[in-house]
Design a protein around this ligand. Structure first.
Ligand SMILES: Cc1ncc(COP(=O)(O)O)c(CNc2cc3ccccc3n(O)c2=O)c1O
Length: 429
């Protein structure tokens, strides 16, 4: 892979921050080294001395004074080293990426901890996207991604999806506008990136089959694309086995994967992690050096203590409980949809995630109905237009989340939605 061709001018111009390089190096030196180097605060002056966190299983995590000083101090940009090690071990166990054994210039798997996967995505986009680039992405897709990409001045090309995610033939038809042999000629504007949410897609709840992933990866090879696999709902797959990821089939080193602890441990601690080829992850780290400097050390230390206490086995046991919770929530929402929305709307049962994507039959654009009238009926949903690459485009869909409300609340909510749809349909006739 020629990674240089994917970097925009800003990312290519980034150089290591001497201070951050020093801090990163200091983090690895033995305590016998006397440092008069870093302009870092003396942790003895910090008022926060220790912490004890109660866990749902009745046990505790104690952060004593020594660890607390570390948790409250500057830390290595890529992440707390022990957490990076733990997460790399998890990636090996879950995905066994071919790139684990590659040399750095061939795209050796690297990982950095980010403030949520949202930070990881924005830094990856700000590394790879130049004004005028053609960027391929799921349509419809996560509004946070659209909002991160649009200011970069690129041309967003929506790839049609169905209840199983990106339709490979549709991707093939779009790509056929360019010649694969022109991928190295910037003036030809061949697409360089494909962004997709492979499991429990936001907003559609769609999950890509393994067959489709293989077809999409082959197209990425043919047209020399980087695949950005945004997978915050990976651990919310209700089927017994997790689907193979793009990372697990990445023999070329062309996959950048964004993972998140938000849907399984905490969204407020802001722990995500980006996995990908070292030449690209190193560029994300250079950007972090001069923006966040690093993800909250306290958040990382707290999560590290939890994961170290659990081990991978305990972590997976926790995941099983989370999966069961959301599957039960999903089933309750589906039952209410059947009860109240049959005849008024259509939907597919999601096999992962926390969203139900609902097409309202006789309402070509749900925006006004949801943004103005739904609130008067005290029901909150997201209009489908929020997930269109062009938010001015109408959408007959609404996104419902089954993550927070109780089954009783979801039932009452869909009862209110049904009444709203009937009123809207009457008003239109
Ligand atoms: C596909 C995809 N990629 C990345 C992210 C970001 O997750 P992170 O790891 O926590 O940074 C997300 C989070 N999605 C949402 C977040 C959210 C936060 C407050 C209020 C509403 C929110 N709604 O509605 C969302 O969909 C996502 O769905």
């Amino acid at each position: 892979m020629n990674y240089a061709r994917f970097l925009n001018a800003v990312s290519a111009a980034r150089r290591e921050s001497p201070i951050r390089a020093l801090t990163d190096r200091l983090a690895t030196l033995p305590p016998s080294v006397i440092s008069l180097a870093g302009g870092v605060p003396n942790p003895d002056t910090f008022p926060l001395k220790s912490a004890s966190v109660n866990l749902s299983d009745g046990t505790k995590i104690d952060i004593g004074s020594t660890l607390m000083k570390r948790a409250l101090q500057y830390s290595a940009t890529a992440g707390v080293p022990e957490l990076i090690t733990w997460l790399k071990d998890l990636q090996k166990k879950l995905h066994n990426p071919p790139t684990m054994t590659y040399s750095p210039d061939k795209g050796k798997m690297e990982l950095c901890v980010t403030s949520g996967s949202q930070e990881g995505l924005s830094k990856v986009f700000e590394m790879l996207v130049s004004p005028g680039d053609n960027v391929l992405l799921d349509a419809p897709t996560y509004s946070g991604t659209i909002a991160a990409l649009k200011p970069l001045g690129c041309n967003l090309i929506g790839v049609p999806t169905d209840q199983h995610g990106i339709v490979p033939q549709a991707l093939k038809d779009i790509l056929s506008k360019w010649s694969p042999e022109d991928s190295g000629k910037p003036e030809k504007k061949n697409p360089k990136l494909l962004y997709t949410i492979p499991n429990g897609g936001n907003p559609t709840g769609a999950s890509l089959s393994t067959e489709r992933k293989i077809e999409i990866y082959q197209l990425a090879q043919q047209y020399d694309l980087i695949i950005i696999e945004d997978d915050p709902y990976y651990f919310l797959q209700f089927n017994k086995e997790f689907a193979p990821s793009f990372l697990s089939m990445d023999i070329d080193g062309r996959v950048i994967r964004a993972d998140s602890m938000s849907k399984i441990l905490s969204s407020g601690l802001r722990i995500g992690y980006v996995t990908g080829p070292k030449p690209l992850i190193d560029r994300v780290i250079l950007h972090m050096q001069v923006s966040t400097m690093h993800t909250s050390a306290f958040s990382q230390i707290l999560i590290l203590e939890l994961l170290s206490k659990w081990g991978v086995e305990g972590f997976m046991e926790h995941i099983e409980g989370v999966k069961k919770f959301y599957q039960t929530q999903r089933d309750a929402l589906l039952a209410s949809a059947e009860k109240w929305l049959t005849g008024l709307a259509e939907w597919h049962s999601p096999s992962a995630g926390m969203f139900l994507w609902i097409r309202i039959k006789d309402v070509p654009d749900t925006h006004k109905m949801i943004m103005q009238k739904a609130i008067s009926k005290e029901i909150l949903l997201v209009p489908g237009s929020a997930f269109n690459l062009n938010s001015a485009d109408s959408s007959s869909y609404v996104r419902a989340s089954f993550s927070l409300s109780s089954p009783e609340q979801m039932d009452e909510g869909f009862k209110r939605l049904a009444s709203l749809i009937v009123e809207e349909t009457k008003a239109r006739s």
